[in-house]
Design a protein around this ligand. Structure first.
Ligand code: AMP
Length: 420
């Protein structure tokens, strides 16, 4: 061990588990790639104001959880706590919304940082794959995103997840509801901080996880009963499209999310095997965000799915992913000449698309065969001086244990054939 360890709330992804992590990322991205979403990558840090304005000054993410830093030049930056604000900032900066068709559909994948109290499933560095559809207000777009996330989870073999759905209203009906909720909250027995929150962002109080708070919220007014006709019709259509697509969801009239920018459609994906950190992903519509960060009106919708928690959900369900073999063929040279010959063979196999590895470090037969076993290779190639003199190598099938000589110049074709 070195003197140093990974910082609190972080962990290293190392083989073989890291392969599962990559596969999850790829599985989430796959449906997006075939649904018109283009890949976008933005910096790991941004001007802190972008998040303050975009995510919301009164949210936990902004008030408590941002990793901020001041550069030598005096700029105030923050490691990104989420993806949407950055992606929208970038789309606006590059005028993507002016270059033809709306919506602009983008997907991304990367590291995010929140100064949270670490526990299982909650880290200070975590990984998300996200999707944003910018510049269109169409219930089919909201439905598309929920369907694609459902498809991604299902393609991984996950079954014990649920989709929670709600509408948060818009700038017409939400203020009326907000005022009604505030009236209700002022009458409760709440601590000072919660009362303060009720004044700044009363919807967030609904999200309070404490039991004594939740008990008092039993009779709280529900946004559902305050939705304007436009929001009601919009939400109904999203629900119908999901139902028609065969995607099951639960109406959750209390679902609010920790970010200020959401309007209308809001959803969360929860997994029942994860304990308290049960949200594996979430998202919704954010029609006002563009204007909040200085852009034109660009109604948009998106989601972010947590890769770390999706991996935990797979573990909870006992799902084993079928991962491509890291090594299909392992070459074991016995002697100098064999080393040169087999090294060339390995390079040729790799060029031909066969995953191959080599016993490096001048190992003896026993140690080299151990390495071959550990590599998980299906076939081992062994060659010594006598084999080379006869123009062959020994091909061993590691499953059956059978071994046979193959002509050196036929070995690549033979292996490619056998491995399909
Ligand atoms: P949010 O932006 O908070 O809705 O997060 C979207 C998803 O990212 C969540 O559903 C989680 O799967 C994941 N996520 C958020 N925060 C963390 C964290 N601190 N550690 C691990 N995963 C997280």
């Amino acid at each position: 061990m070195s003197t140093f360890q990974a910082p609190k709330g972080t962990y290293d992804l190392i083989p073989p588990d890291s392969a599962r992590f990559l596969a999850v990322r790829e599985a989430i991205a796959a449906p997006l790639r075939t649904s018109g979403y283009g890949y976008i990558e933005t910096p790991g840090f941004e001007n802190v104001e972008l998040f303050a304005r975009g995510v919301g000054e009164s949210t936990d993410i902004v008030t408590k959880e941002m990793f901020t830093l001041t550069t030598k030049g005096g700029s105030e930056l923050a490691l990104r706590p989420e993806g949407t604000a950055s992606v929208l900032r970038s789309a606006l900066e590059h005028n993507l919304h002016k270059q033809g068709n709306l919506p602009v559909k983008l997907w991304y994948s990367g590291s995010y940082y929140r100064y949270e109290r670490p526990q299982k499933g909650r880290y200070r560095h975590f990984s998300q794959v996200g999707a944003e559809a910018i510049g269109a207000q169409d219930p089919a777009l909201d439905a598309e995103l929920v369907i694609l996330a459902d498809q991604a989870y299902r393609s991984l073999g996950l079954r014990r997840f649920r989709i929670l759905l709600n509408s948060l209203g818009d700038k017409e009906c939400r203020p009326v509801y907000r005022a009604a909720l505030q009236d209700f909250l002022r009458g409760l027995d709440l601590d000072e901080e919660t009362l303060r929150r009720a004044e700044i962002n009363p919807l967030r109080v609904l999200d309070d996880k404490r039991q004594d708070v939740q008990k008092q919220l039993t009779g709280a007014p529900l946004l559902r009963d305050y939705l304007c006709d436009g929001c009601k019709a919009y939400h109904e259509e999203v629900r119908e499209l999901l139902t028609a697509a065969g995607v099951a969801f639960e109406d959750d009239p209390r679902l609010v999310r920790g970010l200020d920018y959401y309007t209308r459609t809001t959803f969360e994906f929860v997994h029942d095997g994860l304990g308290s950190q049960s949200a594996v992903g979430g998202g919704g519509r954010y029609d006002g965000l563009s204007e909040m960060i200085g852009g034109p009106a660009l109604p948009s919708v998106g989601w972010a799915l947590g890769v770390d928690r999706t991996v935990l959900a797979l573990e909870a369900e006992g799902v084993e992913l079928e991962l491509p073999a890291a090594t299909s063929v392992f070459a074991v040279p016995l002697g100098e000449e064999a080393r040169r010959v087999l090294f060339a063979t390995v390079s040729e196999l790799r060029r031909g698309g066969v995953a191959a590895d080599f016993a490096y470090g001048g190992k003896g037969l026993k140690a080299a065969m151990k390495a071959a076993n550990r590599s998980g290779a299906r076939y081992t190639l062994v060659a010594g001086e006598r084999d080379l003199a006869e123009g062959v190598v020994q091909l061993k099938d590691m499953e059956s244990g059978e071994q046979s000589p193959i002509a050196l110049d036929a070995v690549v074709a033979e292996l490619r054939g056998r491995l399909g």
